[in-house]
Each structure stands twice: as structure tokens, then as C-alpha cells.
Design a protein around this ligand. Structure first.
Ligand code: PCA
Length: 326
């Protein structure tokens, strides 16, 4: 396991805090690493969540949000929470696709492309996902959706032939598979490295939200946004089970209430955020267009293949899908 000096120091600090909390029941400080920067809706919600808990415990539980992967690198956050290196953390659900197939519900193209259907898929997937988290010593607190994921390129795209051979950014096991099926080469790039990866030719195209495009000033290095709205992924905030159980019932309830509020504000805020950020892309000169029927037909075919492959991976997937389609 890799610990940075900074996280080792914080770990030590929290051990000291916990120790003194045991004696004098003083306020405790918890650390919450998050993957994305402060401009993102999930990060803003994380700050509000922490503030609500601090207020409603009269300062007894102080959650320090470490945004933008500043404390722990994104792919290492699940393990940091699992092992108790930190008490809770935020993670992109799809990034855990190789931990268990249930996490892949998050990045399957064209399974749920409206916010209502994405919410329905989330409700269907949640019990199965919670079972897997439980096995990993973690508990789900809340989830925040991203705007629908669309295609960014350096030229107009009318069909998949226009993408053939390009280097496509991937951010999860499912998006790597998608890039393969699109006849492009998947390249894993984290959000902060997107601008440099485009300008140095490491990637030529990506599928992500209008928000991530705006954050990375996509107009500096690409020209086209084709609004395919292929899926609606989510972040989730998970807590170490033992850390949570050690709290008194009242504090646990404060956390659960704040988590429910956080989840509701994510679903309420995402549509407006999507519209606003798409407009910002256009205002900066990116050509925003609706996809051609040909492109959509090709992509939908890939979506069907991916659902079939996913279904074959585990019986839990069948359970998710039958609940979703009910
Ligand atoms: N932005 C994040 C996850 C999904 C999104 O819209 C990313 O591109 O990595």
C-alpha cells in the first residue's frame, strides 16, 4: 500500500485525535478525500454535507474535505476508506468496475440516458452495490449524478468511421471496453491531466459531461461537442463501517440525514448544471450538435453488446436489470 507523507501525517493526526476523543469525548476530526475540484457540483455538495454535520453535532464531528485528489489519488480512495486510513471518501462509481460487476451499472452506454431513468437505475442497483460495499467494510452514504456523457472531438463526427483509430480517453473499465468497441484506442487519463493529454496528443477524443469540459476549458484544445448523452454516471460517498459504528446513535443519524439531503440536492441540481455548462461550451466557440441518426444507431448497437456482456458477468446484474425494467 502506498501512503504519501502528507496522508501518513494526517493518519497520525487522526489517531491522536481519536485517542484523546476516547478519554475526554472531545470533538473528532474526520478526513474526506474527494477526486474532483471545487468547481464541480459533487465537491460543492461534499462541503455542504460536512458543514451540515458540523452544525448539527455542535462541532463534535468535523469533517475536513480534501478536494481534487489532494490527499489521496482517486484510484486509491476506495482502499483508503476500506482500510480506515481515512474515515470516509468520495469516488466515481464506475472506477470500481473491476471490484465487482455491480459497480459497472454506472457506465453502461444507453441503458439509462435521462435523469429520471438514471435515478431508477440507481434505485435498482443500490441494494446490490450496498451488499458489495459491506463485504469491503464500507457503507454507502450518498451519491451525486454527473450530467449525461457526450462526445468531444477535434472534428465533426457523423458516424463511427470518423473516430476510427483515434485515442479515446477512458476513465473506467467500462469506458475502456466502449473505446475498443468504437474501434478507438482507450487511454486512461484523470480529469486534471485532460488539457495536457489533448495538447500533447495522448488523447484525441473523450466522452464526459459538459461540466468536465467546462472545467478543463475544452475550447482550448478541441472544437466539437456531439450531444450523444450516452449514460449518466455518479460519484458516491462511502464511510468506513467501523468508524461509523463507533459513533453514538445521534451522531450517526445526523450523518444519515445530511447524506439524504446531499443526495436530493445532487439530483435536483444536475439538470440545471448540464444546461448551463453546455451553453458555456457553445459560448466559447465549441460547435455543439445533436448526433446524426447513423451515429446513434451505431452507438446503440454497442450499448446492446455491452449490456449483454455485463449480464453474463454476475447473477447480481440480472437482479439489477429486472428491477430496473419493472
Ligand atoms: N466527469 C468525470 C466523471 C464523469 C464526468 O462527467 C470524468 O470525466 O472523469
Amino acid at each position: 500500500m502506498k501512503f504519501s507523507i502528507k496522508s501518513a501525517a494526517i493518519l497520525l493526526a487522526s489517531v491522536v485525535t481519536l485517542g484523546s476523543a476516547g478519554i475526554a469525548s472531545a470533538a473528532s476530526q474526520w478526513h474526506m478525500p474527494t477526486p474532483y475540484g471545487d468547481a464541480n457540483l459533487p465537491t460543492q455538495i461534499a462541503y455542504k454535507f460536512a458543514e451540515e454535520i458540523k452544525n448539527n453535532t455542535a462541532g463534535d464531528l468535523d469533517i475536513v474535505v480534501h478536494s481534487g485528489a489532494s490527499l489521496i489519488k482517486h484510484p486509491e480512495i476506495p482502499r483508503a476508506v476500506k482500510t480506515g486510513q481515512v474515515q470516509l471518501g468520495e469516488v466515481f462509481i464506475g472506477i470500481m468496475g473491476n471490484t465487482h460487476p455491480v459497480f459497472k451499472h454506472d457506465n453502461i452506454p444507453f441503458l439509462a440516458t435521462t435523469y429520471d431513468s438514471a435515478q431508477k437505475l440507481w434505485e435498482a442497483a443500490k441494494p446490490e452495490l450496498e451488499k458489495q460495499l459491506n463485504k469491503e467494510g464500507m457503507m454507502l452514504l450518498y451519491s451525486v449524478p454527473w450530467p449525461a456523457q457526450s462526445l468531444y472531438t477535434k472534428a465533426p463526427v457523423n458516424s463511427l468511421a470518423d473516430l476510427q483509430g483515434l485515442k479515446m480517453r477512458a476513465y473506467s473499465p467500462s469506458t475502456s471496453r466502449l473505446a475498443d468497441l468504437m474501434n478507438t484506442s482507450p487511454t486512461t487519463v484523470q480529469v486534471p491531466e485532460i488539457p495536457q493529454a489533448f495538447s500533447t496528443g495522448i488523447i484525441d477524443a473523450m466522452i464526459t459531461s459538459p461540466s468536465t469540459g467546462v472545467n478543463g476549458q475544452a475550447w482550448d484544445y478541441l472544437t466539437n461537442y456531439t450531444d450523444v448523452r450516452a449514460w449518466i454516471p455518479k460519484n458516491m460517498v462511502v464511510v468506513n463501517k467501523r468508524s461509523f459504528k463507533r459513533l453514538d446513535k445521534k451522531t450517526q443519524q445526523v450523518i444519515l440525514d445530511a447524506a439524504a439531503n446531499a443526495e436530493a440536492s445532487g439530483w435536483a441540481g444536475v439538470r440545471g448544471q448540464a444546461a448551463e455548462d453546455t451553453m458555456t461550451l457553445a459560448e466559447h466557440g465549441i460547435t455543439v450538435s445533436e448526433p446524426s441518426p447513423e451515429l446513434m444507431a451505431e452507438l446503440n448497437k454497442i450499448g446492446t453488446i455491452m449490456v449483454d456482456e455485463w449480464k453474463a458477468e454476475a447473477p447480481e446484474v440480472e437482479t439489477i436489470l429486472s428491477t430496473y425494467y419493472q
